[in-house]
Design a protein around this ligand. Structure first.
Ligand code: ATP
Length: 237
């Protein structure tokens, strides 16, 4: 089943078009990657899906229903969670309090605890450091907290904006492993990345965007073998 679909999506800033034609599909249970260079429109694509940037054309369809004009605050209720680029943690708050912020709509304390427990199961280090201030964590750990916070609303669809940004290769591996486990637990993932190599190894399907348009698509495996991807995005050939 297709859980999320955009059709000829267009948007921009202050009258300047950025997205010209973004069409893609995400099937339930998959990890779908959106790749592209700096300024290609990856973040704008996520922000247009969540309504933070207004679509000027085309549509966003979620679970068969158009959500193109829905306000951002409706996303959590719909089951969509976005982990923004740059983590945006509350540095002066503990890990626990940061995680609780992700479940702010939920009143049931037992449910909140059980969601936290399922994050500890796949990333035990969070549990050991629950009272540590988020601002004192390493970059990789902060990214894990940001992702775990995004999971605290129990989304069906988790969207991640450049989770590997600024991380050493070893930590990228750890963060991607965390994402894979979340996916195995049943959450569909859309990941925006510049790090094409690692992302394609993990993705079921990927779209490459350039100047606000989808220019290539295929399975992770297919795109890893693609000449254009090897040359432009992997620095090979
Ligand atoms: P990066 O990997 O550098 O984050 P990206 O593919 O996510 O790149 P976007 O952030 O979506 O790209 O930016 C696409 C274009 O939109 C760029 O030309 C950028 O300058 C422009 N842009 C992004 N945000 C704004 C904004 N708030 N106001 C005006 N222009 C913007």
């Amino acid at each position: 089943m297709v859980i999320l679909e955009t059709k000829e999506l267009q948007s921009g800033y202050q009258g300047t078009p950025v997205l010209h034609d973004i069409t893609f599909q995400v099937r339930e249970g998959e990890i779908v990657a959106i790749l592209g260079s700096n300024g290609a429109g990856k973040t704008t694509t996520l922000r247009t899906i969540t309504g933070a940037v207004r679509a000027t054309g085309g549509s966003v369809i979620y679970q068969g229903q158009p959500i193109t004009k829905k306000p951002t605050y409706e996303m959590v209720r719909l089951g969509i969670s976005l982990v923004p680029e740059g983590r945006h943690l509350f540095g002066q708050m503990s890990i626990r309090d940061n995680l609780l912020m992700g479940a702010y709509k939920e009143k049931d304390k037992a449910l909140i605890e059980s969601r936290m427990d399922s994050m500890f199961e796949i990333f035990p280090r969070l549990k050991e450091r629950l009272d540590q201030l988020a601002g004192t964590l390493s970059g990789g750990e902060q990214q894990m907290v940001a992702i775990a916070r995004g999971m605290m609303s129990a989304p069906r669809l988790l969207m991640l904006d450049e989770p590997s940004l600024g991380l050493m290769p070893k930590l990228v591996e750890e963060v991607f492993d965390f994402i894979k486990r979340i996916n195995h637990m049943g959450t569909t993932v859309v990941i925006v990345e510049q790090n094409a190599g690692d992302t394609l190894l993990m993705a079921d399907y990927a779209y490459v965007i350039s100047e606000g348009e989808v220019v290539l698509s295929g399975t992770g495996e297919e795109l890893l073998k693609n000449d254009e991807v090897q040359k432009v995005y992997l620095g090979l050939v």
